[in-house]
Design a protein around this ligand. Structure first.
Ligand SMILES: *Cc1c(COP(=O)(O)O)cnc(C)c1O
Length: 353
């Protein structure tokens, strides 16, 4: 605290990111990184960009990346916004499209950055409880609101909402923007990008951090009606005209274009997820059905915080949220099969009476 802080800063409750430990040799299953590494073509494109060109500013509009995203998803470049991570894209979304008189709606259990952005931008919100099975009920979103946002699949539950249910929410709210945060959609869901041509109030955000294994490069994007994209461009150009550097633009463009690597990596993660879910169930865990690159599981006889601490002693880190309704769950990132084996061996030891 300091007398020099603005009133806004005094009132902030910042997001707490998952730990990025400095210790080597940890099995790191706490922040949903992809174990398989980025596309070799993306790495080559980044290396080729390391040159005297770095003295020059990058393309402020990221046009090459927009072209790649538009081609991959079958939309026009005017329907695409690119930014320095989807967290930054989401920040612009909150300021540009979700700040109105009515409170916005999001689930009571969801990505914990949303209330942080509300605090930063002075946006009111109402949390809509997930049902007893931790699913989103579309009918609960048929109330007056200043906007709606949730991840699909939801985080940290991993549960997927069908595209038809999303369409129902979008149709029921023609006067608000509905934002679908698809950070994990490539691990088993159908993207709502398929609906953007039909609904001018639908915005879809995605990231290259998870399915394209580029969390360190910080690239995300949004797809929606050109009027929604224009709002994001206005905020971006009032904040930072060059949010994506030359390395990020080169690497992200190559990563989007390398469809083979993308498919290979996400299918490997999905296959491991199914094996891991079954094995955890075999150990007595309740495992929520996941369409993401993590599983959310609780053990009826073992406290989650104690299990997380025990795993840490065995050099494995998972995420535990001390939050109402979910404090008995562990969120476990799907790593390689070898990492799953190590996790299961450690849990087997910890569960012994
Ligand atoms: C990881 C994640 C993001 C952020 O992705 P970045 O592009 O790395 O900032 C956004 N939303 C959800 C739900 C996430 O899990």
């Amino acid at each position: 605290m300091s007398q020099y802080w603005s009133a806004v800063v005094h009132g902030l409750t910042p997001y707490t990111p998952g730990e990025q430990p400095k210790l080597p040799d940890l099995i790191k299953l706490n922040t949903n990184e992809n174990p398989y590494g980025p596309s070799p073509k993306a790495l080559a494109a980044i290396q080729a960009e390391v040159s005297d060109h770095l003295r020059l500013y990058p393309d402020p509009n990221g046009d090459r990346l927009k072209v790649a995203v538009a081609a991959h998803y079958g939309v026009t470049t005017r329907q695409v916004f690119v930014g320095n991570s989807s967290d930054e894209v989401l920040a612009h979304v909150f300021q540009a499209l979700l700040k109105h008189n009515d409170p916005i709606l999001f689930p009571d259990i969801t990505y914990s950055f949303y209330p942080v952005y509300c605090g930063l931008y002075g946006i009111g919100y109402r949390e809509v409880p997930l049902d007893a099975e931790f699913a989103i009920q579309p009918d609960d979103y048929h109330t007056p609101n200043g906007g709606i946002i949730f991840p699909n699949p939801n985080a940290p539950t991993g549960r997927l909402l069908a595209l038809s249910a999303i369409e129902q929410i979008v149709q029921a709210n023609p006067d608000s923007v509905v934002v679908i945060d698809e950070a994990y959609i490539d691990f088993g869901g159908d993207s709502a990008i398929a609906l953007v041509d039909r609904y001018p109030n639908l915005l879809v955000t995605q990231t290259l951090s998870k399915s394209r294994s580029l969390a360190g490069l910080r690239v995300g994007f949004a797809v929606g009606h050109p009027d929604l994209i224009d709002a994001l461009e206005r905020v971006k150009n009032s904040f930072n005209s060059y949010p994506l550097d030359r390395l990020a633009l080169a690497g992200a463009t190559a990563a989007i274009n390398d469809v083979d690597h993308f498919n290979h990596s996400r299918h490997a993660v999905m296959a491991t997820r199914e094996r891991l879910s079954q094995a955890l169930t075999g150990l007595g865990f309740d495992v929520l059905p996941s369409a993401a690159n993590f599983v959310f599981a609780r053990h009826p006889q073992h406290d989650a915080a104690t299990l997380a601490a025990g795993l840490r002693e065995r050099a494995i880190i998972v995420r535990h949220f001390k939050l109402p309704r979910i404090d008995q769950f562990l969120r476990i990132t799907v790593g390689t099969d070898a990492q799953s084996e190590a996790l299961l061996a450690a849990l087997t030891a910890l569960l012994k009476p």
